[in-house]
Write a protein that binds this ligand. Structure first.
Ligand code: NDP
Ligand code: 8X3
Length: 252
């Protein structure tokens, strides 16, 4: 087994599960976090001792610190942090959106991510490690109903660049991966469990998969140390850009 160590958040589903699986299968030890302990235990049952489940809600900064304080002594350094845990809630335009959903997205995608990163930075610096932040194309391209979700991802992308600047000379690399349409549990969560809506969105699109993003993360983490991918925007071939919209007053 390799002595390289990854910390992957949101490892109970989707991208995070695929990334944790990929690295564990390649011999890394993986701290796999999420709120659903049954899924973390299933991952450990499937992949063995390479997986170290850490069950906490990333919105709870005390829980983050308790989880890190509880890491075994021989796992002092962290070679790779994948900040993947996150979610979108709702697709309503801002004027109809639910502020409680906005809060949850900000607390998870922004505050959770920065708190965990801050807590692990000393270990990442000691290891001259790599940080991969999972942002989104929604960071760059606005769409109706994307409002706060897109805002949180714009934060993730810009925070990634800011980290690069702050970590200048430390040897720590920082990448923001910005995926487009990807079939995970993302849409099920976003729509409050509407399987039909999720199936309808992905039908016929040949979307990005968790394994595709795991492949990208594996490539980034294993590049020679002198190379840093700043941002990696990934779409399925079936997805591209639409034009601006225009509202015209007083048209018959
Ligand atoms: P999933 O819903 O499949 O996975 C989301 C993961 O985030 C789960 O493991 C979930 O774990 C975890 N998570 C959510 N909230 C919390 C919380 N409060 N505390 C701890 N963990 C939490 O979706 P994806 O795999 O698609 O999403 C992963 C990332 O990718 C997200 O940041 C998302 O914004 C981003 N993304 C997704 C795209 C897509 O189209 N699918 C495209 C671009 C970016 P648990 O519920 O067990 O806590
Ligand atoms: C998820 C991609 O386009 O649904 O981040 O917002 S999108």
């Amino acid at each position: 087994m390799s002595n390289r160590i990854a910390f992957v958040t949101g490892a109970t589903s989707g991208f995070g599960r695929a990334i944790a699986t990929r690295f564990a299968k390649q011999g890394w030890r993986v701290f796999a976090s999420g709120r659903r302990m049954d899924r973390l235990e299933a991952l450990r049952a499937e992949l063995g001792d390479a997986i170290h489940p850490l069950c906490f809600d990333i919105r709870d900064s005390d829980a983050i610190h308790a989880a890190i304080a509880g890491l075994p002594q021989d796992f002092r350094t962290i070679d790779l942090l994948v900040n993947n845990a996150g979610l979108a809630l709702g697709t309503a335009p801002a004027q109809k959106a639910d502020p409680a959903q906005w809060r949850q997205m900000i607390e998870t995608n922004v505050l959770g991510l920065v708190n965990l990163t801050h807590a692990l930075l000393p270990r990442l610096i000691e290891a001259r490690g790599t940080i991969i932040n999972i942002s989104s194309i929604a960071a760059t391209y606005p769409y109706t109903g994307g409002n706060v979700y897109g805002g949180t991802k714009a934060f993730v992308s810009q925070f990634s660049l800011g980290l690069r600047s702050d970590l200048h000379g430390s040897g720590v690399r920082v990448t923001s991966i910005e995926p487009g349409l990807a079939e995970t549990e993302f849409t099920l969560v976003r729509t409050g469990g509407n399987q039909q809506a999720s199936d309808d969105l992905y039908r016929g699109t040949d979307p990005i998969t968790g394994d595709d993003i795991a492949e990208a993360a594996w490539w980034i983490a294993n590049l020679p140390p002198h190379l840093n991918i700043n941002r990696l925007e990934v779409m399925p071939t079936s997805q591209s850009f639409a034009g601006f919209q225009f509202h015209r007053e007083n048209q018959a």
